[in-house]
Write a protein that binds this ligand. Structure first.
Ligand code: FE2
Length: 253
């Protein structure tokens, strides 16, 4: 076996190992939560694979006001915090043509924490255990002639217990752009609602895509959550190409 083939097989085994660990950890956290009786499972999420809601308008307004101050930064494959899993299969030119990316920092992340705290129990009922935030990203999807990346139908391919919460700062649905899912019933579902609508979904099990608006940009905030022993609602930006920490024991920094 040449060196490249050796490296490839090492990467494949390492990926498999990372997924086995996350699946084991998720199961363990959910079993403990079920035994303690602190979690009541959301049956709708279990069968349909998504849950949506609307944040309290006043609380959401505080967060919304901070978004125009988020700094635009181009997507870079190397924009990944230490210890995070990431992909190299992204064309920076194409993804930056279809989206404008921003960096969320403390002025935005602090009010985001309050929003997450307000739906803590709802998300726990969906995931089946406590959780922590591992990344918070913000971008705007622009209508371009050829869909690229997340605007094509795809599954995220993360370990199944690592979930994405999508937050829509402006009206979503129809001409405003949205997120579209294929449900286990084979029906399509598009999220729609006023500013402050949120969607949690099984991003690695349900086929989904971002739908750009007819005009302008569809802004979206995406929060990645993972099973955890203790709640960790403090938002963080781990990089636009950061998917999830490689191992559950990697500290929240
Ligand atoms: Fe996705």
């Amino acid at each position: 076996m040449n060196r490249y083939a050796q490296w490839l097989s090492f990467q494949t085994y390492r990926k498999r190992f990372i997924y086995i660990i996350w699946n084991w950890y998720g199961r363990k956290m959910k079993t403990q939560a079920a035994k303690s009786g602190e979690v009541r499972l959301d049956e709708g999420f279990k069968s349909l694979g998504y849950k949506s809601g609307i944040f309290d308008a006043a609380r959401f307004g505080v967060f919304l006001e901070t978004l125009p101050r988020a700094e635009p930064i181009p997507f870079r494959v190397g924009d990944v915090a230490d210890g995070y899993y990431f992909t190299t299969a992204i064309d920076e030119g194409k993804i930056n043509k279809a989206n404008i990316f921003y960096r969320l920092s403390s002025p935005q992340l602090e009010p985001l924490d309050a929003l997450l705290a307000s739906i803590r129990e709802e998300l726990t009922s969906c995931l089946g255990c406590r959780w922590r935030v591992v990344n918070s990203r913000y971008w705007s999807t622009i209508a371009v002639p050829t869909a690229y990346g997340a605007n094509n139908w795809h599954v995220d391919g993360f370990p199944n217990d690592i979930l994405k919460l999508m937050i829509y700062p402006h009206e979503t649905g129809g001409k405003w752009g949205t997120t579209e899912l294929v449900l286990p019933t084979k029906e399509n579902f598009s999220v729609s609602g006023p500013p402050g609508t949120w969607l949690l979904f099984k991003n690695s099990e349900l086929l989904h895509r971002g739908v750009p608006p007819e005009q302008g940009g569809r802004k979206i905030v995406e929060v990645t959550i993972v099973p955890a022993k203790r709640y960790g609602l403090t938002g963080r930006f781990a990089g636009h190409n950061a998917q999830f920490p490689k191992y559950p024991w990697m500290a929240h920094s």
